[in-house]
Design a binder for this molecule. Sequence first.
Ligand SMILES: *Cc1c(COP(=O)(O)O)cnc(C)c1O
Length: 421
Amino acid sequence: MDHFLYRDGRLHAEDVPLAEIAAEVGTPFYVYSTATLTRHFRLFDEALDGMEHLVCYAMKAASNQAIIKTLAELGAGMDVVSGGEYTRAKAAGVPGDRIVFSGVGKTRDEMRMALEGGIRQFNVESEAEMAALDEVAQGLGLRAPITVRVNPDVDAKTHAKIATGKSENKFGIPISRARDVYALAAGMPGLEVVGIDVHIGSQITELEPYRLAYEKVAELTEALREDGHDIHRLDLGGGLGIPYERANSAPPLPVEYGQLIKETLGHLGCEIEIEPGRLVAGNAGLLVSRVIYVKAGEGRDFLILDAAMNDLIRPAMYDAWHDIVPLAEPAAGIDQRAYDIVGPVCESGDTFAKARMMPPLIEGDLVAFRSAGAYGAVMSSEYNTRPLVPEVLVHEHQFAVIRARPTFDEMIKRDTIPEWL
Ligand SMILES: *Cc1c(COP(=O)(O)O)cnc(C)c1O
């Protein structure tokens, strides 16, 4: 459920007609609903009721300061994957003890930054990283709290580019080697083992892969405790999918996911962390765009939009589907027609949808890509010297630009011309 609904024939974000934002901000732009972000965070938080837990929003999904602050004020922790994200989380007021640091390639500089600024835990992914963290922490006279990310070798049944829990993926340590790696960690004076981490992928639309992974984590918890490790925290990753194609998908609900966690891991008495990104932000955001031209093609027409692959890369990169709807509510029973929906960038990959059934549209009409709040704005670029797409946050009847569209001057001034030219 989200807060983007037609009212009086116009698509709204909460109480604001989107066409009004378009008139003020120009297109294309991303828009987020505070009420939807809040609702999704609370669904996860409530799903873990009765267990000690922290929901750490995976901020790579959408990392605008205003979004992070909205979630942090609800009590969210943050899952960060770079020094930049760590700095963003701190800048939005998230305390270090609510930040977990994930990722296969943390640099020593990033480790130092997080240790000095405060960190809940590092999710370590290799022996090499472990040795580096031990050295950095000892250099600072500190002990770094760690979990080891284990790779449970389960098939998350998702797109190959976002599956992370199979043994052939670059992530984590094979669960079969975990006991040896924990023994190694226990011998490093700069490290303090606090738990286990697992994250099997993204846009996961069934619970079974989670069940398989979490059963393996439960077994491992008991084995590691027998080996004398103090395992009291389980970070279970993110990855729960969202219904991109509303007409025919129904991924599991956070409450069902929470129930599964209780069933598979509840008996261990561990503090639980989860790291949802997509399910918090995905359906809380739209990309709004305008039809520049309708071009007659052979067999069907093209809708040429002012948004392009540089603004929303998911269709080009993951063959992703986004529902696309007009801002003006189509009359009931209107005849639909098939369009290829494309952007202006000079690449055939700049195609959002092929043969998509839509109500008839004309030049100047506004459309919205649904479910664009996660991995949308954060993956945008200025390819073709198209200005970075702005972001807007709605709260009830108010809206604010939370990242402005840069001017061409601002964009060009970031380059510098060397003296010899
Ligand atoms: C990307 C990622 C997440 C979030 O995944 P979603 O599918 O957005 O929920 C969580 N944890 C880690 C380690 C990640 O890399």
